[in-house]
Design a protein. Sequence first.
Length: 451
Amino acid sequence: MAVTDHVDLNGFMEGVKKRNPHQPEFVQAVQEVAEDIFDFMQDKEEYHSQQILRRIAEPDRVVSFRVCWEDDAGNIRVQRGWRVQNNNAIGPYKGGIRFHPSVTESVLKFLAFEQTFKNALTGLPMGGGKGGSNFNPKGKSVREIMRFCQSFMTELYRHIGADIDVPAGDIGVGGREIGFMFGQYKRITNNFTGVLTGKGLEWGGSLIRTEATGYGAVYFLANMLATKGETLEGKTAVISGSGNVATHAAEKIVQLGGKVLTLSDSGGFIHDPDGITQEKIDWVKTHKTHRRGRIEEYVAAFPRATFHAGKTPWGVPCDVALPCATQNELLGEDAKTLVANGCRAVSEGANMPTDLDGVHTFKAAKILYAPGKASNAGGVAVSGLEMSQNSERRSWKEEELQQMLKDIMSGIHNSCIRYGDQGGGYIDYVKGANIAGFKKVADAMLAFGVV
Ligand code: NDP
Ligand code: 2IT
């Protein structure tokens, strides 16, 4: 008799908790997937006997390393760096690098686990990985950031490669940091190769990669609304964050006729009752990215807006909501408030922004709710297209890429319907995404035997 025959969801999760002490984010991400997968696997003995979920929930490897660098005052600083290579059953490990003081092994393991399903959903051949450091880029000079990125890559380079593991950006890592890391990789290996994505257009980057995550999250939202015969025209949107994903989500909402009411950062949120127009979004992009400013300064530039220190924006009544900042930024109570205020659709731009309570609240209310692994997959999808262009040594045209992004997001939406349609007009997108992502990876793993 197979060892797993008597293991139910609770027994499985007890094991995950025991093996991963003090890793709450990782346990949370596994729980959210396992809740759907156990149900799906009920009559699929092979997945049980081959311990597929147990294997996906154990990263192929976690590399941890010291990153030493010298600050502008001549002090020697020591940070920790990681690369979590979760699963490469369907392609090279692929996933971003995050620089933020809240980065821990648990956070990167949850992100690499989620990435495995997300990348499978795109339909492109990419496995799941994630990396980063507890380095805090805030308040650092450009020279300090460069020295840190170089030191980080001096260790990371031996673990990555265009056919092995291809990192990209995430929180605190944008085009500038990718440039510093790519430069150092090239210098150490003497190899100009598509080892990172999110590169500059002059040196192998792809058009629309910068916009892809935010735009993709709004395309997914539009797909969900279309199942109810609705569009974004005239709808009010509440968005959290003010970085890459949030500003591009806002931009696409505005392009599709919606009205964006809020943006935020770790200091609080701004509420602009007149709507955050393209001109204002451009101001935010310049202010946050180039001037490294705080969102609270928005109210000085646009005085009809208000700033709410230390608060998240979920109390502002809206038709649609897009959490685009970080994990666990939308809690059970926030989900209840959104639903009570009439919010009809939630599309996650961030990874795991909604806690388990919130997920259960949205599911129970049967609103249109897309988990990040489905709705924010546009970024990594265009990263996958950047890899293809690098392999081909060509650059594709913007219109082609825009169409491919739209098609990929529609494809993910269809996969969610295929496995998440609960009848009666309700689609459980969480379930659909989990099962569709799992099935592809699981079937590849079955083909490889016990490895
Ligand atoms: P950025 O660094 O560009 O922006 C991050 C934004 O989130 C900033 O406004 C930041 O505020 C805010 N934020 C970060 N940490 C916290 C926190 N602990 N509490 C409150 N606010 C916080 O990152 P991205 O826009 O790239 O990433 C945002 C989310 O989207 C992340 O969850 C990321 O994993 C996810 N994602 C990103 C993709 C990409 O292509 N970039 C692809 C798919 C998902 P502050 O300035 O105060 O730090
Ligand atoms: O969470 C994510 O999907 C990303 N940060 C993008 C990863 C990538 O490889 O482009």
